[in-house]
Design a binder for this molecule. Structure first.
Ligand SMILES: O=C(O)[C@@H](O)C(=O)CO
Ligand SMILES: [Mg+2]
Length: 259
């Protein structure tokens, strides 16, 4: 059986953020992931999670997403800000059950040199992994497709695995997002097998519209059966735009779900 958790930036968006947690629990999920939960003090959110029987699976280290930022960890001019962001995320994570912390690399601007940005990203990740590791927290990195993130530092799984190999920190893991992998590289199941030992988190979305399983060109049900065969026993984040209302879009998960 597999465990799915809705990403509350994508699902249950019909509701205010606070109510999305309760709605997810009422829909039968026992985990959720949230990009930026920092609007609520950790203690308040921890109580809300407990009241709803929810595990918080993953958060992003804070960045000014609404202002257009897609991360700062690769930006040489933002090293201090990045460290503060990582420290904030880890301190918050400690108060809400130690979710994984995704450290976004960021978008390159014309004045940036890719080799310098990659070096800065690795330096910041090493810093994040060391302080997260002392607390038993996993740092997540995620290659994202050029179609959605044209200026992002990296887009391919191999770039992610190379970073992980070079840093040699056991608590840095890859997020395998079916939407991004298929859009960027194709050959989804083979790529899953190739990088499987590096994966710490899984996210799903169908291509090309980034909708739910059953809407789009990927047979995600077949993919889920491959995950079961591989023995995947961690969370799978639902990170897609429902093609209809959220509750009408989640029927697909019932045959695979365990609480
Ligand atoms: O796939 C995505 O967009 C997310 O997982 C994310 O964290 C933002 O890059
Ligand atoms: Mg993703």
């Amino acid at each position: 059986m597999l465990r799915f958790d809705p990403n509350l930036r994508w699902l249950f968006t019909e509701l205010p953020m606070w109510d999305r947690y309760t709605a997810a629990a009422q829909a039968g999920f026992s985990g959720v992931e949230v990009a930026f939960p920092y609007e609520y003090p950790a203690r308040k959110l921890a109580a809300h999670l407990k009241d709803n029987g929810l595990t918080l699976v993953q958060v992003l280290a804070p960045v000014d997403w609404e202002g257009g930022s897609r991360g700062i960890a690769c930006l040489p001019e933002k090293k201090d800000e990045c460290r503060r962001s990582v420290e904030t995320a880890i301190e918050y994570a400690l108060g809400v059950g130690k979710p994984m912390v995704h450290v976004l690399a960021g978008n390159l601007e014309p004045h940036h040199r890719i080799d310098e940005c990659m070096a800065v990203f690795k330096e910041n990740l090493a810093y994040a992994a060391d302080i997260a590791g002392r607390e038993g927290i996993t740092i997540i990195i995620e290659p994202v497709c050029n179609a959605r993130f044209p200026a992002y530092l990296y887009s391919r799984l191999d770039e992610g695995t190379q970073i992980i190999d070079e840093l040699g920190k056991p608590n840095i893991k890859l997020c395998f997002d079916t939407y991004h992998v298929q859009m960027q590289e194709g050959n989804l199941t083979e790529r899953l097998r190739q990088v499987y030992p590096y994966i710490g988190h899984m996210q799903i979305g169908n291509t090309p519209g980034r909708n739910e399983p059953g809407v789009g060109e990927l047979d995600l049900h077949w993919f889920f059966r491959q995950l079961e065969k591989l023995g995947w026993d961690r969370w799978i984040g639902c990170e897609y735009a429902p093609s209809t209302r959220t509750l009408a879009s989640i029927g697909w998960h019932a045959p695979f779900t365990t609480r």
